[in-house]
Design a protein around this ligand. Structure first.
Ligand SMILES: Cc1cc2nc3c(=O)[nH]c(=O)nc-3n(C[C@H](O)[C@H](O)[C@H](O)COP(=O)(O)O)c2cc1C
Length: 305
């Protein structure tokens, strides 16, 4: 009998555990549908902000030896200017995670209230972006603020599950995770980009990114993601979307053993192409067959048993 790749818990109901994380392939319905057609179990929209915001000037992404640096700067049309997207999304046949951000606690609630009315499967709270000034990552490093944002969003999001996205830069990611859970979070995403890091152009001696510093993603960050997921799983009882450094099916299995119920497939799409969603799902399936694993529940959190 073929292994069962479905993920079903209180929050996730996906045909397989691969998820497009926020920030890849834009915010159009067609782009999200395409990624689902390529085999993703669920897709996440680029983080939606309170007002129209331009991103940083190019270059916004730089390839490094073992990953990528990015400083996109959270560009957004603003939640009020996305009517066409929501109209098309209302007829979607795939699970949608809507990532949102605010520059203040109240703005998170403002965006969440509107987005909840559009009925995504999950609202993800980006309290962890390393590439903006003043807001973003600092919210995710402070357990009181992270909890306040979660609580305020829960108050306005009705039945839509809320999933704060954690930063590996927090001194105590387990403490932040616990504070979010106690404030009502239904699930958690771990992790956002690491850093920031820098890359210099040796010809000019200057930083390659226009914003100078950028979040680090891709294969190199996997051990940090595994450690963060492990710590968050230990500290909480809610499902985890594990994100960071997955390049193949075995990486996905490793994040699940650390405690993830579903797994982000982000930067690797730049190198393997969009078809890697179905390929990685097949690699997970092959690994399960070889190791006589029939259901993903058998491996989720195995590192703790
Ligand atoms: C170009 C780029 C843009 C991103 N934009 C967002 C974003 O808007 N919101 C967010 O929460 N994370 C964003 N991220 C972080 C990813 O969702 C993810 O957490 C990170 O890339 C680690 O996963 P990976 O190693 O599989 O790429 C972005 C990452 C990249 C590379």
């Amino acid at each position: 009998m073929k292994p069962d790749l479905k993920i079903k818990n209180k929050v996730f109901d996906f045909r397989n555990p691969t998820v497009l994380p926020s920030g890849f392939y834009g915010e159009k319905f067609e782009e999200m549908q395409e990624i689902y057609n390529y085999g993703a179990g669920a897709v996440t929209l680029k983080s939606i902000g309170p007002r129209e915001k331009k991103g940083h000037p190019h270059p916004i992404i730089a390839k490094t030896e073992h990953g990528f640096l990015n400083a996109v700067g959270l560009p957004s049309p603003g939640y009020k200017n996305m009517e066409e997207l929501w109209q098309k999304m209302s007829k979607r046949k795939f699970p949608l995670i809507a990532s949102i951000y605010g520059t203040t606690i109240n703005e998170f609630a403002e965006v969440a209230e509107f987005v909840a009315s559009k009925k995504p499967e999950i609202i993800e709270l980006n309290i962890s972006c390393p590439n903006v000034e003043k807001f973003g990552m600092p919210f995710g490093c402070d357990s009181k603020i992270a909890a306040q944002i979660t609580e305020k969003v829960k108050n306005v999001s009705g039945k839509i599950p809320v999933m704060p996205k954690l930063t590996p830069q927090a001194n105590d990611i387990a403490g932040i995770a616990k504070a979010c859970e106690e404030a009502g979070a239904d699930a958690l995403t771990a992790i956002n980009s690491v850093g920031p890091g820098m890359k210099l152009d040796l010809k000019t001696g200057k930083p390659l990114l226009s914003f100078k510093k950028g979040g680090y993603t891709g294969a190199a960050i996997k051990p940090i993601a595994v450690r963060c997921i492990y710590d968050v799983f230990d500290a909480t009882e809610i499902p985890i979307l594990g994100v960071g450094g997955v390049s193949n099916g075995k990486d996905a299995v490793e994040l699940m053993m650390a405690g993830a119920s579903a797994v982000g497939v982000g930067s690797v799409t730049y190198t393997r192409g969009k078809q890697c969603f179905s390929e990685i799902t097949k690699e997970i399936e092959d690994w399960m067959i070889q190791n006589n694993v029939k259901k993903l529940d058998e491996i989720i959190g195995k590192a703790h048993k």
